[in-house]
Design a binder for this molecule. Structure first.
Ligand code: SAH
Length: 220
């Protein structure tokens, strides 16, 4: 997964910008260095792949801003042994980062075109520790749970309870909850004393559409 030498400069500058914004977890920064983000965006916006910005990926969806992915990964403090569930595969970029930072990744995407393109790309890049499902991730993926970490990459109208149910002991769930315009990012931890919830940041995500999310509207 080595990007062309022409893009090494912009990629390094992005990593420096992330570090300057407080991303200090070396494993996270190394993952950004190893995964070529330009391959995860359409060719029309490829020249912007190393800007710290969300970009369109088709089907009315976006690849998240790099800082958002970095923040998620830093909050999870993965050690490489975890089983992780990701809701909203999208471009597959965060999936590829997770595949480097955790043991096994389970990823769910409701839009079939994105499910297929991200899976094809990660296969081509030789990423082997990922399982893919096309479907409604708001109900989780019970078959392979519980999970040490669950990440939701789209905004929910309310806390999706099936995901809390699928958290392993000491497991962490990151989920944006709010209205369609803006959300608070919640970190939910299953502690021995019970479920702990804390709001950690303000976010702007595309809607989480599903039985424990928003109702489908047109393209979703
Ligand atoms: N981390 C991804 C985020 C993509 S945007 C990236 O940076 O590429 C969020 C994704 O969540 C979209 O692809 C959208 O289709 C998907 N999504 C929305 N609701 C979903 C649901 N209920 N289950 C699975 N995926 C969902």
């Amino acid at each position: 997964m080595t990007p062309g030498p022409d893009l090494r400069g912009p990629r390094r500058r992005l990593i420096e910008a992330l570090a300057a914004q407080g991303v200090r977890d070396l494993a996270v920064l190394e993952a950004f260095d190893a995964v070529p983000r330009h391959l995860f965006v359409p060719t029309g916006v490829r020249h912007r792949a190393y800007e710290d910005a969300p970009l369109p990926i088709g089907s009315g969806q976006t690849i998240s801003q790099p800082y958002v992915h970095a923040l998620y990964l830093q909050l999870l403090q993965l050690r490489g042994t975890e089983r992780v569930l990701e809701i909203g595969t999208g471009s597959g970029f965060q999936t590829a980062l997770l595949a480097r930072l955790a043991a096994q990744v389970f990823t769910v995407e409701r839009v079939r075109a994105l499910h297929e393109s991200s899976r094809r790309l990660l296969d081509e890049l030789g990423v082997r520790n990922v399982s893919y499902l096309c479907g409604d991730g708001t109900i989780g993926w019970r078959e392979y749970g519980p999970y040490d970490a669950i990440l939701v990459g789209a905004g929910a109208p309310a806390m999706p309870m099936p995901l809390i149910d699928q958290l392993a002991p000491n497991g962490r769930l990151l989920v944006p909850v709010g209205d369609r315009e803006k959300q608070a990012l919640w970190m939910v931890t299953r502690t021995p004393a019970g479920i702990r919830q804390e709001a950690v940041a303000d976010m702007r995500f595309v809607p989480l559409v599903g039985s424990h999310g928003w109702l489908e509207t047109g393209t979703g």
